[in-house]
Design a protein around this ligand. Structure first.
Ligand SMILES: O=C[C@H](O)COP(=O)(O)O
Length: 219
């Protein structure tokens, strides 16, 4: 399963990049707007810090403009993934970009029918917004289950990336449901590694080892 962090905060990206298994950084217009800097500049810096993929979401309205915007951003990213917000123009842009071998992600996906169209357009990834669906009282998990099942039955190569995740257990759910990727805020990412029992166990091992060293020194 690929693991991404959903942030443009440079401090968070530097910290998360210490973990070599991180697969990259996803962004969106809301995330980039928080930096109060030109998005291209921010992406250049993110690209210099990240070994993996850097995701950029186009903001143009028309398919042709989306393709041009994507190409402009791709020029400053080593391993780009172009995010397209679900719709007719985005599907057409996705079709063009994917035929040119550019990795794409159909974002803002809330139904299986949208996910089917994204796969038909050749999207590399599709992002169902799990948390936002759960927030409305519907099941984001059920949507992931259904999309994964349809993709398997239809032998689509598009990968499901669980997005809009709210807690570390969401990541486990995504893995169990067969999502091939997840993206999450830095806070959740940093929580994945921790468990109080691990800390207690490590302290005990360290103390016992130190006790042995002291004992051997005094022999
Ligand atoms: O770009 C997609 C994000 O994962 C959306 O997350 P959010 O619902 O927390 O804004």
């Amino acid at each position: 399963m690929e693991i991404f962090i959903d942030t443009a905060d440079i401090k968070e990206i530097k910290s998360a990049s210490q973990l070599s298994i991180l697969d990259g950084v996803t962004t969106n217009p809301t995330i980039l707007s928080k930096q109060k800097l030109p998005p291209r500049e921010v992406l250049v810096e993110i690209n210099s810090l990240v070994r993996g993929k850097v995701w950029y979401q186009v903001t143009s309205e028309k398919a042709g403009d989306m393709v041009d915007e994507a190409k402009e951003m791709i020029s400053v990213i080593n391993r780009p993934v172009i995010k397209l917000p679900m719709g007719v123009e985005a599907l057409n842009a996705c079709h063009i970009l994917s035929k040119e071998g550019i990795e794409t992600n159909m974002t803002l996906v809330f139904s299986v029918s949208q996910a089917i169209l994204a796969a038909k357009a050749g999207a590399s990834y599709v992002s169902p917004y799990v948390g936002r669906i759960n927030d409305t009282g519907w099941s984001g998990y059920q949507l992931i289950r259904e999309i994964v099942s349809v993709y398997e039955k239809q032998q689509f190569n598009t990968k499901v990336i669980g997005a809009s995740l709210r807690g570390s257990y969401d990541i486990v759910e995504m893995a169990m449901l067969g999502a091939k990727a997840v993206t999450m805020p830095y806070k959740i990412f940093s929580e994945l590694i921790r468990h109080p029992m691990t800390d207690i166990g490590r302290t005990q091992f360290d103390n016992d080892w130190q006790g042995l060293q002291d004992h051997l020194k005094n022999m």
